[in-house]
Design a binder for this molecule. Structure first.
Ligand SMILES: [Zn+2]
Length: 244
């Protein structure tokens, strides 16, 4: 297969053989790849700084058709996220972004918009007041890009418009979003949200700046966080390990 040049976010590296590395990369054009970087641990290798965790690099990769690893020919650093080096909470949040990309996406399944969303999120993780909302937005961006976005307006089961009744709305954690009063009865794992909590999730899932104005106290954001976390756990089949 021909060589591909693309931007890549370094999710994970494992040392192999004497001097080599197997890198898991989330690339903009090819999606996730697992590639062998021969001699990457030699001094003055062609990969110097290009395989630093959570960095963005310009890479050249030879994809393999079979089960074999792709072959990494070059990796040159393009962007380092400075806040990840000086702020431990930002670093852990960065590792969580990497966990989501690694666990939710398949090899060679490109999602350029998700790559861009990850890059922007990593760039701003140092802003502690917005961090938890940025992570929620990234989680929702993952769900949307992968076709797993929960319904937020019409019933996930029958499509009827969902109205908030007595400030309670039913949210099916395993059925993909809000449920009308009729459909709610037939489903397990249904959470009760307030109208305000649903509004918060809608704002976090939308473009624009409304998400910045949400009640950012941990209590104010807790129902939205718990709901999105439960949806992710359902999709992954386990709780995300590094969720802040
Ligand atoms: Zn329904």
């Amino acid at each position: 297969m021909p060589a591909h040049r693309t931007l890549a976010l370094v999710l994970r590296t494992v040392e192999v053989f004497e001097t080599s590395v197997v890198a898991t990369l989330f690339t903009r054009e090819l999606g996730k790849v697992s590639a062998l970087a021969k001699g990457a641990r030699r001094p003055r290798s062609a990969f110097q700084g290009g395989l630093d965790l959570l960095g963005v690099s310009d890479i050249v990769v030879f994809p393999k058709a079979s089960e074999a690893l792709d072959l990494l020919a070059e990796a040159a650093p393009i962007e380092r996220f400075a806040s990840l080096r000086r702020d431990l909470a930002a670093l852990y949040a960065g590792f969580y972004i990497a966990e989501l990309l690694n666990d939710l996406t398949d090899l060679h399944d490109p999602h350029p918009r998700l790559f861009d969303a990850a890059r922007i999120t990593l760039r701003h993780l140092g802003e502690s007041d917005l961090r938890s909302r940025r992570i929620l937005r990234f989680e929702l961006a993952c769900l949307r890009e992968l076709g797993l976005m929960p319904a937020l307006d019409a019933c996930a089961h029958c499509g009827a418009a969902v109205v908030v009744q007595g400030d309670t709305v039913w949210f099916g954690l395993a059925t993909g979003g809000v449920l009308c009063e009729t459909c709610r009865a037939g489903h397990a794992a249904v959470a009760a949200l307030s109208g305000k909590d649903l509004e918060a999730i809608r704002a976090l899932a939308s473009p624009g700046r409304a998400w910045r104005e949400l009640d950012a106290s941990s209590a104010g954001l807790a129902p939205a966080r718990d709901t999105v976390g439960a949806v992710l756990s359902h999709v992954l089949g386990h709780r995300p390990r590094l969720r802040p």
